[in-house]
Design a protein around this ligand. Structure first.
Ligand code: FAD
Length: 561
């Protein structure tokens, strides 16, 4: 459809948008860019639109000093720049789909009015999970969603009323808050039901985050769900009690146990919902009603890798979906490609990022069982340039054709850059062979001539070509001969029980010490020297496998156990 046609089809149309933050605001602004004629109104029940929820932990931590810096746009800006009406403190109460009207309550005056629509967009976001446990309604149990929430926490810290905070949940928000609270001198306990923090990662990849939390004084309690809270209406919350019976005294509890789609309006209006509890939409963000669209945290979308329905409450997808809904409303052919869950989170000195499927999801899905993974630990830039920091990288790919299924990275520098590149590769359906050939920018302070992305591709491609047969630490059996090819001083600092040490430079002259009737499993520090050893041994007729990721990966897995 030409732009004149699309503009024509939008003439005099009334587009109402419920929710004015990531998805809603981006939808409204895009709709205006496609039509000068449509009437566009945003209804937002809170006092702000388009605020930076992602900045809230840093506002609590006083990294962002002023509230006004969180306001990405204001109603005045929307009016002046986009000719869009924004009604803050206006809650949409219900939808009458037959009459194509919504009921809206002005939260200041209490007045309820009816508004008609040609197109309605639900961008209602999500709500924090609130477990039904004893004491959950005690004063001092808060969550972090809005600027008001962050102001409350700031005030309590600044009044000296809060010295100990218990964070229930080790997801991204909990982690970011742990860092910011510690930096404000607060003593933090983190209680997490799972055996790891940041469930977007596989457990072994979360270990560096956990170590960093502990190193910075966070009292980390894993494998322990919240059973309840102690305190009274007068004292407020005083302790969190875990399922194993542990008790952690606190002055404030931050609930950070994830979010659920806010689907109240959609449900009451009889729109189709998905099994995961989100609004069901097609790839054009249209709900089961052709005049109603839904975007953001409130909807279920397709997982780009598995094709299954999923909930991914992230700002990037919400904003892109808002744009797509606007396009479709204005007659364009845009479609949402699905979500890869590409995310990044920083805790103290450690950054973790991920994209695509993790191993847990692949195992749980059961569909894509024929996958392989490699671990590597390259420097974030050339080792000869001062300050190189290792990145622990895990790449998951299809065994049949090398298609990239997912990647996770943890380190101090350059982590998100590598995951962003791999994310794009996944979206283009690339394989590990494409990563080998990816042309990355290089100067010593940024990368190496073989960037970690290239290295990941090369290691994986070598596995698929049979040049570097691998094994994983969790698959070792007693029948194999374990060879450690590091230098003796490294071996003496720690090695696998029963491993034999023949350093790589001595290997060719000591082949006689290695059995020919057993599989040889090799390791070094990170998997590179052992790869060279694999080549020597296999070219000399030995049956060999390289233990992926070497001693560094072993330590990540071992700490976890
Ligand atoms: P929201 O942004 O939540 O907006 C929904 C709006 O709808 C709300 O303002 C709500 O008041 C309004 N609303 C709901 N019902 C009604 C109604 N009936 N009438 C009127 N208004 C209504 N994502 C990232 O990708 N990276 C990050 O670093 C990151 N950090 C985050 C940190 C925090 C503390 C939080 C809370 C979230 C973070 N997120 C992050 C998630 C990200 O903010 C959300 O995924 C994104 O905001 C979702 O956009 P949305 O438009 O779907 O919903």
């Amino acid at each position: 459809m030409s732009s004149t046609e699309s503009q024509k089809s939008s003439e005099r149309r009334r587009i109402l948008i419920v929710g004015g933050v990531a998805g809603g605001a981006s939808c409204a602004a895009r709709a205006r860019r496609l039509s000068e004629d449509a009437e566009i109104i945003i209804f937002e029940k809170g006092p702000h639109i388009s605020f930076a929820s992602c900045g809230l932990p840093y506002y609590v931590g006083d990294v962002i000093k002023e509230e006004k810096n969180l306001l990405v746009a204001t109603p005045e800006l929307f009016r002046g720049r986009f000719n869009i009406t924004v009604k803050v403190r206006h809650e949409v109460l219900s939808i009458d789909r037959k009459r194509q009207v919504i009921m809206v309550k002005d939260l200041e005056s209490g007045r309820v009015t009816e508004e008609s629509y040609d197109a309605l967009v639900l961008a209602t976001g999500s709500k924090p999970v609130k477990p039904p446990v004893p004491g959950i309604d005690l004063p001092g149990i808060v969550s972090l969603r809005t600027i008001e929430d962050s102001n409350l926490i700031r005030r309590l810290i600044e009044n000296g009323k809060v010295k100990r905070v218990a964070i229930a949940g080790g997801g991204a928000i909990g982690l970011e808050m742990a860092e910011n609270l510690v930096k404000r001198g607060i003593s933090v306990t983190m209680v997490e039901m799972l055996s790891q923090v940041l469930s977007a990662l596989d457990p072994e990849m979360a270990v560096p985050l956990q170590k960093s939390l502990i190193a910075h004084g966070v009292n980390l309690c894993l494998n322990n769900g919240v059973a309840g809270f102690e305190g009274s209406d007068d004292t407020g919350v005083q302790a969190v009690i875990t399922k194993s019976g542990k008790k952690f005294p606190c002055d404030l509890v931050l609930l950070a146990m994830g979010v659920r789609p806010d689907i109240g309006l959609a449900k009451a209006a009889g729109l189709e919902l998905g099994k995961l509890g989100g609004i069901r939409v097609d790839d054009r963000m249209r709900t089961s009603d052709v005049r109603i669209w839904a975007v953001g945290d409130a909807v279920e979308t397709r997982d780009f890798i598995t094709g299954e329905w999923t909930l991914v409450p992230l700002a990037g997808p919400a904003s892109r979906q808002g744009r797509i809904a606007a396009d479709v409303i204005m007659g364009r052919e845009s479609r949402f490609r699905g979500v890869q869950g590409t995310m990044v989170c920083k805790v103290f000195d450690i950054t973790a990022a991920a994209t695509g499927a993790n191993e847990k999801a692949l195992r749980a899905g059961g569909k894509l069982t024929r996958y392989e993974k490699v671990y590597l630990h390259p420097g974030h830039h050339a080792g000869y340039y001062p300050g190189a920091k290792p990145i622990s990288l895990k790449l998951i790919f299809s065994l049949s054709d090398g298609q990239i299924l997912g990647a996770q990275a943890v380190g101090q520098e350059g982590v998100e850059k590598r995951i962003d590149v791999i994310s794009m590769a996944i979206q283009k359906g690339s394989t590990v062979f494409d990563l080998e050939e990816a042309e990355m920018c290089y100067a010593p302070q940024f990368s190496s001539a073989k960037d970690p992305v290239n290295m990941a591709g090369m290691v994986a491609a070598n596995v698929l070509r049979g040049d570097n047969p691998i094994k994983h630490w969790e698959d070792l059996t007693d029948s194999t001969f374990i060879l450690d090819v590091r230098e003796p001083f490294e071996f003496n600092q720690g090695h696998l029980d029963g491993a034999v040490n023949i350093p790589l430079p001595a290997l060719r002259s000591r082949l006689g010490e290695i059995p020919r009737d057993r599989e040889i499993n090799l390791y070094c520090a990170a998997g590179q020297r052992s790869y060279y050893a694999v080549r020597i041994l296999s070219l000399n007729g030995f049956k060999v496998k390289n233990i992926s990721g070497g001693w560094l990966t072993y330590n990540q897995q071992k700490v976890r156990e």
